[in-house]
Design a binder for this molecule. Structure first.
Ligand SMILES: Cc1cc2nc3c(=O)[nH]c(=O)nc-3n(C[C@H](O)[C@H](O)[C@H](O)COP(=O)(O)OP(=O)(O)OC[C@H]3O[C@@H](n4cnc5c(N)ncnc54)[C@H](O)[C@@H]3O)c2cc1C
Length: 273
C-alpha cells in the first residue's frame, strides 16, 4: 500500500518555516527524517505536509562562546558534532553521538530532531538533561529559552508547541561528564541509560525509566550515595520484551554509578577529589 500523499516545502528562512507551520496544524517539521519518515512508513503518523528545515542556515552551525558555552543549531547532525573541534569543548557530546545507531543515521539525524522526538530510549535527552542544557524555541511571538528540566514533557511531547521550532541548544562549559548504557547490541537502542555531570555538584539523568529523563542529584560521588539517590526517587520503570521493571530499576542504580565514575575520571586531574 502506498503512503498517503504529503505536501512538501523547503523554506529558506526560519520566519518562512514558522509561517508555513502556523498555517497548517497538520504540517510537521522535517529534520533528518530518521524518526519522522519511519513513523510515516509505519503509518503511526500521517502529516499533511513536511516542512523541510534543511535549507535554513539559521538552524545550522556550532559556536563556542568565550565562556565555554556551546551553541548548536537544531539542524546540526550527529556526525557534525562528532567531527567539530568546537564541540570538543564538551567531549561527551561527540562521544555519545558516536554511539547512536549507525553511520547512515548519524549522517542524517540531528540534535534538534533527537530531542524534539522525546523518545525515552534516545541518547540525547538524558545527556542534555545531565549537562544542564537549555533550549531556544522560536514562534510567531518571538523567542524563549527553556531549561532541560522543563523541555521534556512526555513521550513525543516537548515544550515546542505547534507552530514553533526549536532553533538552538545551549550547553554550558564543563568537562566532568560521563555516560553509561545497556543497549540492544553494540550501538543499539538503550534499555537503560545514565548520563552524569560532576562539574560542581553531582547531577545524574536516567533514561528509559520514565517518559522523560529522571534527574537525581546525589550528595557526593560515593557509590552508595548515588544508589541511595536513585532509590529515593522510587522510579517505576516500564516493562517490555527487553527488560522487566525490576531489572530496569536495578540497571538505573548500576549505570548511575558507572556514569558518575566516568564523569569523575574525565575531570581534569587538578579538579579531582
Ligand atoms: C535504525 C535507527 C536506529 C536508531 N537508534 C537510535 C539510538 O540508539 N539512539 C538515539 O538517540 N536515536 C536513535 N535513532 C533515532 C535517530 O537518532 C533520529 O535521528 C532522531 O530520533 C530524530 O532526529 P531527526 O533529525 O532524524 O528528526 P526527524 O525524524 O526529522 O524529526 C523527528 C521529530 O522532531 C520534530 N522536529 C525535528 N526538528 C525540529 C525542530 N528544529 N523544531 C521542532 N520540531 C522538530 C519533527 O517534526 C518530528 O516530529 C535511530 C533511528 C534509526 C532509523
Amino acid at each position: 500500500m502506498l503512503l498517503r500523499e504529503v505536501g512538501y516545502a523547503r523554506p529558506g528562512s526560519l520566519a518562512e518555516a514558522i509561517e508555513l507551520l502556523r498555517a497548517d496544524d497538520g504540517a510537521r517539521a522535517l529534520a533528518g527524517g530518521q524518526t519522522l519518515v519511519n513513523v510515516m512508513k509505519a503509518r503511526a503518523g500521517s502529516p499533511d505536509a513536511l516542512i523541510d528545515l534543511g535549507g535554513i542556515d539559521e538552524l545550522k552551525g556550532i559556536e563556542l562562546g568565550a565562556d565555554g558555552t556551546l551553541e548548536l543549531g537544531a539542524m546540526t547532525t550527529y556526525t557534525q558534532i562528532i567531527e567539530s573541534s568546537e564541540a570538543r569543548a564538551r567531549p561527551i557530546l561527540g562521544e555519545v553521538c558516536a554511539q547512536i545507531a549507525d553511520v547512515q543515521v548519524r549522517n542524517r539525524g540531528t540534535i534538534g530532531g533527537n530531542v524534539c522526538t522525546s523518545d525515552p530510549t534516545n541518547h540525547l535527552p538524558p545527556l542534555l538533561a545531565a549537562l544542564g542544557a537549555s533550549f531556544v524555541i522560536r514562534g510567531a511571538d518571538g523567542e524563549r529559552t527553556v531549561p532541560a528540566d522543563e523541555f521534556f514533557l512526555g513521550v513525543y511531547m516537548t515544550a515546542v508547541s505547534l507552530g514553533e521550532l526549536l532553533t538552538k541548544v545551549r550547553i554550558p562549559a564543563g568537562r566532568g561528564d560521563g555516560f553509561a548504557a545497556v543497549t540492544l547490541g553494540v550501538d543499539g537502542t538503550c534499555i537503560v541509560s545514565a548520563a552524569a555531570s560532576v562539574n560542581g555538584g553531582v547531577r545524574v539523568a536516567l533514561g528509559c525509566v520514565d517518559a522523560v529523563p529522571v534527574v537525581v542529584t546525589p550528595a557526593s560521588t560515593d557509590a552508595e550515595a548515588i544508589r541511595a539517590s536513585v532509590r529515593e526517587r522510587a522510579i517505576d520503570p516500564p516493562a517490555d520484551v527487553h527488560a522487566s521493571s525490576d531489572y530496569r530499576r536495578h540497571l538505573a542504580e548500576v549505570l548511575a554509578v558507572r556514569a558518575v565514575n566516568a564523569a569523575s575520571e574525565n575531570l581534569p586531574a587538578e579538579r579531582r577529589s
